[in-house]
Design a protein around this ligand. Structure first.
Ligand code: GLA
Length: 379
C-alpha cells in the first residue's frame, strides 16, 4: 500500500513538473479584454475607462479583475531592441499603475512571430527582453498569439516556442498568467499546461453572432478532462453586450461559458453598457458556477435534435445543469435526473432567476425559448 502511494506521488510530481503555476489561475481568469469591441482602435483612454467602469459598476466585486490590452498597442523597438508602446498608448507604466490603483490587474498581448495578427511588432527574437519589459511595466497577464509565427516556425515546434516565452516570464520574476492563443492547433489541451499555459484557446475567433458562438461553445464537449485549477480550456472571450445577439442568446452564451469553466473576459464597451448586459455579466450565482473551486469543466449529458443538456459537477456535491434550446421555436426540455447521476428526488434552483423551484422526483421539465437557456443547480 505504502509503495503504491509513493509511486502515485512520484507520478503526480512528474506529471506536474514544468506545468502551469496553478496558484496563478486557480479558477478561470475573469476580466475584460479590448479586442471584441475596440479591435485595433483601442487607446489607453479606452483601457482607463474600462478600468474605471469595472471598479465602480460591481464587476470587480463579482470577480472581473483583469483589464487586458489586446493587439495594437505596440510601437517600434528602440535602438537596444526594447519594445515601446505606440502613440495611442504612450506611457505604459503610467497606464498599468492607473489600473492597479483601482484594485485590478492588467494584461498585455504579443506574438511569438515577427508580427502580431494585426501586423504590429511581435516578440520573435526578443522574447527575454519583452518578458522583462512586461514585468517591469507591471503586467500580470500575457496573451501570446501565434499569428505570423506560422511563417517562421514549423507547427511541430509550437510547444517549444510557447515554453520559451513561459520560461522568459518566469525569469522576469513577476507572476504573470500565461494565455496561449493558437486556436487549438496541435490539440493544445494535451500539452498547454506542460509548457506553462494557464489557459489556451481551443478554437478560432468568436464573433458576436449566435451561430458562431454556439458552434464554438457546443463543440467543447470532450475537452473536459484537460481543464482544472491553473490550466483552462479557453473557447474565446465573451461577446455579451456587443449587440449582435438577443437576450436569450446572450443567456445561452454566458450559461454555456460558466458550465465550461471558461475564462470570463468581457469583450464589450464597459463604459456604455446597458443594465441588462451588466446583470448578465454579474449574476453572482451564474459566475459562481464558472468559478467553482472544484474546477471541473462541464460536458454534454443529453442531446435530442436542437435540445442539449450540459452538466458541471460542483465542489459541494451539487450539479449545475444547462437546458439549451438551439431550435427556432420554444421547446419543452426534460432533464432526466439519471443523466446527471441523481437517484430519486432533487432540489432545484434557477440560477438566473435566483429562485428555488422545489423538489422533483426523477425529472424536471421546462419550456425554453428559441436559442435560450435555463441554468439550474440540482442538489
Ligand atoms: C487573433 C486572436 C484574437 C485577437 C486578434 C488580434 O485573431 O485570435 O483574439 O487577439 O488576433 O489581432
Amino acid at each position: 500500500m505504502k509503495k503504491l502511494v509513493l509511486i502515485a506521488l512520484v507520478l503526480g510530481y512528474v506529471a506536474h513538473a514544468g506545468a502551469a503555476d496553478s496558484s496563478a489561475a486557480a479558477t478561470p481568469p475573469m476580466g475584460w479584454n479590448s479586442w471584441n469591441h475596440f479591435a485595433c482602435k483601442v487607446t489607453a483612454a479606452d483601457v482607463r475607462s474600462a478600468a474605471d467602469a469595472i471598479a465602480s459598476n460591481g464587476m470587480r466585486d463579482a470577480g472581473y479583475i483583469y483589464v487586458n490590452i489586446d493587439d495594437c498597442w505596440e510601437g517600434v523597438r528602440d535602438e537596444k531592441g526594447g519594445i515601446q508602446a505606440n502613440q495611442k498608448f504612450g506611457d505604459m507604466k503610467a497606464l498599468v499603475d492607473y489600473v492597479h490603483g483601482k484594485g485590478l490587474k492588467v494584461g498585455i498581448y504579443s506574438s511569438p512571430g515577427p508580427k502580431t495578427c494585426a501586423g504590429y511588432e511581435g516578440s520573435y527574437g526578443h522574447e527575454e527582453q519583452d518578458a522583462q519589459q512586461y514585468a517591469d511595466w507591471g503586467f500580470d497577464y500575457l496573451k501570446y498569439d501565434w499569428c505570423s509565427a506560422e511563417r517562421v516556425y514549423p507547427r511541430s515546434q509550437m510547444s517549444e516556442v510557447y515554453k520559451k516565452m513561459h520560461d522568459a516570464l518566469v525569469r522576469a520574476g513577476r507572476p504573470i498568467v500565461f494565455s496561449l492563443c493558437q486556436y487549438g492547433y496541435g490539440r493544445v489541451w494535451r500539452w498547454g499546461a506542460s509548457v506553462g499555459g494557464n489557459l489556451w484557446r481551443t478554437t478560432e475567433d468568436i464573433t458576436d453572432n449566435y451561430d458562431r458562438m454556439s458552434v464554438i461553445g457546443f463543440d467543447q464537449d470532450g475537452l473536459e478532462p484537460f481543464a482544472g485549477p491553473g490550466h483552462w480550456n479557453d473557447p474565446d472571450m465573451l461577446e455579451v453586450g456587443n449587440g449582435g445577439m438577443n437576450h436569450d442568446e446572450y443567456l445561452t452564451h454566458m450559461s454555456l461559458w460558466a458550465l465550461l469553466a471558461a475564462p470570463l473576459l468581457a469583450g464589450n464597451d464597459l463604459s456604455k453598457m446597458t443594465p441588462e448586459t451588466l446583470s448578465i455579466l454579474t449574476n453572482g450565482e451564474v459566475v459562481a458556477v464558472d468559478q467553482d473551486v472544484k474546477g471541473a469543466q462541464g460536458r454534454r449529458v443529453a442531446q435530442e435534435g436542437p435540445i442539449e443538456i450540459w452538466a458541471k459537477p460542483l465542489a459541494d456535491g451539487s450539479t449545475a445543469v444547462g437546458l439549451f434550446n438551439r431550435g427556432e421555436s420554444t421547446n419543452p426540455i426534460t432533464l432526466s435526473f439519471k443523466d446527471i447521476g441523481v437517484q430519486g428526488s432533487g432540489k432545484l434552483r434557477d440560477l438566473w432567476q435566483h429562485k428555488d423551484l422545489g423538489s422533483f422526483r426523477g425529472s424536471y421539465t421546462e419550456e425554453v425559448p428559441r436559442h435560450g437557456a435555463i441554468l439550474i443547480r440540482v442538489q
